[in-house]
Design a protein around this ligand. Structure first.
Ligand SMILES: Cc1cc2nc3c(=O)[nH]c(=O)nc-3n(C[C@H](O)[C@H](O)[C@H](O)COP(=O)(O)OP(=O)(O)OC[C@H]3O[C@@H](n4cnc5c(N)ncnc54)[C@H](O)[C@@H]3O)c2cc1C
Length: 532
């Protein structure tokens, strides 16, 4: 199968750095690498198709006078349910304030008080006010707008939009480049980008599930292609559900930010009962997994779940939370006067490609940052607003590591060397994808069981056999890793809840490390059990 080779016209034998993904992790890493030449390949135009642009809460950083790094680490460990890598969490927390200052320098207009000091707000499971925000719920949009402007003004960064990477090219122990398809992955052309360093920043897995808050591009392709290239995947079973996606049948589901509950909004059922008070002493501010199961139970029981902001936010809603307000109004719900219908939705993946403190994966030449990774800082459950922080801290560490490891190449001009080839047409098998997403939501969702996971894993094997396209294989590979991790972990912890093993077990107080070969062994065993 012919594959085009993408080389700068002035290519002199030394390849450059390719970053896969144009969300916060990818853009921040590119800016930190400047003036090193970098190519960003992004599935969608930057600013679109990225969870980063949709972030509503903000970024956590211990910067208020009463706050300390120890307190932020302690909250992170508590949320992570016993399996956070404390060393990594400490790196993340202690470098947070410096990265917030970087973002300010790139022009992010974080909210300030009348004296010009950063305004810090509180979110669920944070013991202090430490979330930097922009105009209530506009943090992600504002951060991305500022970084996109900075990237466009940095001549060393080349952005190729609409390039869907579908393969990491491995030569021996090294990743030596990527293969991508232009035109949002719909082109017949497959283009090879040789590179000395590849940084995977391709985001999360939400769209493996039927109900999610993530953009379509977050469908786990990065984890799948890294696993297929032989990388170790960590903690794949830990998926976080956002308890309050707005339940108006939209895909992806719009989000009613955590900050609303932080500001005092209550969860009630259709009878007006505040059910979270029966479940946890912190009520609506309990950890996300507990709130998600509370909301799920009310929805399952037919009583429905609603976020009542009428007293806590009331008439200030349009000014304080303009994004949520717009989503509600579009669905015919005025949150100033009526409770918002909510449902849990897949929101964040704690698992992903295993990386060390410098963002290196288990394969030479491949680094990873952002949601595609599992650095260990989130353990079994992410503390709200720690993910944008993780993205910037480790993206910056990667840039330092690459600069230290690889001497700068001498590239001057960049030119495209692309011709047509009569390669594969990529058309997602939407029926297969739909089937996969339903299975994942039904059996690998808020509540899991051995039976449901066995069914899912066997069906995943069938879907994989019947669909040969590279992109679908990346997606289904990630689903297989998540389902296999969930099947193997016979306990409940953080975002992973097994109805057949509802307790946490000391013997499982550790992270999961899984290769694709190991996940395939689980599939083979289950297929044999069925055949017998
Ligand atoms: C609605 C919502 C609200 C959130 N709110 C917060 C919050 O307030 N605070 C917080 O800390 N976190 C929040 N999160 C989580 C946070 O936004 C993400 O974890 C974070 O933005 C991930 O950044 P990223 O750069 O890793 O991925 P993304 O921002 O998702 O970027 C991934 C990039 O990779 C591209 N891509 C994907 N696959 C490919 C491919 N195969 N080839 C090429 N490109 C590819 C995408 O198009 C995109 O450009 C929220 C998430 C959502 C969905």
């Amino acid at each position: 199968m012919p594959i085009e080779s993408f080389r700068p016209q002035s290519w002199n034998g030394i390849d450059d750095i390719v970053i896969v993904g144009g969300g916060l992790a990818g853009l921040f890493c590119a800016l930190k690498l400047a003036p090193r030449p970098v190519t960003i390949l992004a599935a969608a135009p930057i600013g679109q198709g990225a969870s980063s642009a949709w972030a509503q809460g903000g970024i956590a950083a211990a910067m208020s006078p009463g706050d300390t790094f120890d307190k932020h680490v302690a909250d992170t460990l508590e949320a992570g349910a016993g399996i956070v890598d404390e060393k990594m969490a400490r790196f993340m927390v202690s470098e947070g304030p410096a990265r917030i200052h970087d973002l300010l320098e790139y022009g992010v207009p974080f909210d300030r008080d009348l004296e010009g000091k950063l305004l810090l707000s509180r979110e669920a499971a944070h013991s202090e006010r430490r979330i930097v925000r922009v105009k209530g719920d506009m943090a992600g949009k504002a951060i991305m707008e500022a970084l996109i402007a900075a990237v466009r003004n940095t001549p060393s960064i080349r952005v190729l939009e609409g390039y869907v990477v579908e393969e990491l090219v491995r030569e021996g122990r090294f990743i030596s480049g990527v293969v991508a398809r232009p035109d949002a992955g719909q082109s017949k052309r497959r283009v090879h980008f040789p590179a000395r360093a590849v940084v995977l920043c391709s985001g999360g897995v939400g769209h493996l599930f039927a109900v999610t808050t993530n953009p379509w591009e977050a469908c786990g392709q990065g984890v799948g292609m890294a696993a297929r290239a032989g990388a170790i995947i960590a903690d794949p079973e830990f998926v976080q559900f956002h308890p309050t996606a707005i339940n108006i049948g939209r895909d992806p589901a719009p989000l009613a930010t955590e900050a609303l509950r932080g500001d005092g909004a209550h969860l009630v059922n259709s009878a007006g009962h505040r059910f979270m008070l029966d479940i946890h002493e912190d009520g609506e501010l309990a950890p996300r997994d507990i709130v998600s199961r509370g909301v799920f139970a009310e929805v399952q029981a037919g009583r429905g779940a609603f976020l009542d902001c009428t007293s806590a936010v009331g008439a200030h809603f349009p000014d304080m939370f303009p994004t949520v307000y717009a989503s509600c109004i579009a669905a015919g719900v005025d949150p100033v006067t009526r409770p918002i219908p909510v449902v849990p939705a897949v929101h964040y993946h704690m698992g992903g490609v295993l990386t060390d403190a410098e963002g290196r994966t288990s394969i030479d030449g491949l680094w990873a940052a952002g949601e595609v990774t599992s650095t260990g800082v989130h353990g079994a459950n992410r503390l709200a607003s720690n993910s944008l922080l993780e993205a910037v801290v480790f993206a910056a560490r990667i840039a330092e590591n690459i600069k230290g490891m690889l001497p700068e190449p001498k590239l001057n001009d960049w030119g495209e060397n692309a011709g047509e080839s009569d390669d594969l047409v990529t058309i997602e098998d939407s029926a297969a994808l739909k089937r996969l997403r339903r299975l994942m939501s039904d059996h690998v969702g808020v509540i899991r069981s051995r039976e449901g996971l066995m069914t899912t894993i066997r069906e995943i094997a069938t879907l994989e056999r019947e669909n040969t396209r590279m992109r679908f294989h990346n997606i289904v590979t990630t689903a297989k890793l998540i389902a296999a991790g969930a099947y193997l972990r016979e306990e409940s912890r953080g975002g992973h809840f097994r109805s057949d093993f509802p307790e946490q077990k000391a013997s499982w107080k550790h992270r999961t490390f899984l290769t694709l070969a190991e996940a395939d062994r689980v599939v083979a065993e289950l297929s044999e059990t069925k055949a017998a």
